[in-house]
Design a protein around this ligand. Structure first.
Ligand code: 5GP
Length: 203
């Protein structure tokens, strides 16, 4: 359990089908002081998605107006829809001392790199291209065309891997969860983040 610790921005990125959402939701459920980032999107809600829970669902007009006003910490067009992280959401989480886990695409991650250099950047990949394709096909939610596009996009996305701090190969979900825990633990123990001033404060 993470308690009395500084808030972190934990960015999880990688191709669709890599297991980002399973890993992110595992992590926020396991840590009280941690929550998922609430993105805005122009994609229509799916199934039982609720506005303000999975996403803030906006019209394209509204999204673009907010983007113009600089309200997003990062934004990108992913699979034909706009997605963005509201700055205000992040500042409110920081005020409450909450850590935030992001499940976002690689373009958005690279924008956060510039604006939030203290954030940690984790790339998630399935072990092979074949495994990725099988996962996308196994979801049964996407047409063959969508699976094709997403498998192709994955090749482009993988070219970003070196710009991330950590790579999790998601061959086995339990192992991937343990890797994520280890990464966050090590990040918290970095000398630059640790609370060494307390050592000097009293005798
Ligand atoms: P979905 O529509 O399936 O929920 O998400 C599609 C893709 O958009 C996923 O790869 C997800 O990581 C990405 N995504 C979701 N929210 C954001 C966001 O706020 N910014 C960016 N850049 N990508 C996002």
């Amino acid at each position: 359990m993470i308690t009395r610790e500084r808030s972190l921005l934990i960015i999880i990125s990688g191709p669709s089908g890599a297991g980002k959402s399973s890993l992110s939701s595992y992590f926020v459920d396991a840590h009280d002081s941690c929550r998922m980032s609430l993105s805005a999107t122009t994609r229509p809600p799916r199934g039982d998605e609720v506005d303000g829970r999975e996403y803030r669902f906006l019209s394209t007009e509204e999204f673009l107006a907010r983007k113009e006003k600089g309200e997003f910490a990062e934004w990108a067009v992913v699979h034909g829809h706009h997605y963005g992280t509201p700055r205000r959401f992040l500042s409110e989480c920081a005020e409450r001392g909450e850590s935030v886990v992001f499940d976002i695409d690689v373009q958005g991650s690279m924008q956060l790199r510039k604006g939030y250099p203290d954030a940690m950047f984790i790339f998630v990949l399935p072990p092979t291209r074949r495994a990725l394709r099988e996962r996308l096909e196994g979801r049964n939610t996407d047409s063959t065309e969508v699976v094709e596009t997403r498998t192709k996009n994955a090749l482009e996305e993988v070219s970003y891997v070196r710009r991330f701090d950590y790579l999790i190969i998601n061959d086995n979900l339990d192992q991937a969860k343990a890797d994520l825990e280890a990464i966050v633990r090590a990040e918290r123990l970095k000398a630059g983040r640790a609370d060494w001033q307390r050592f000097l404060a009293d005798e």
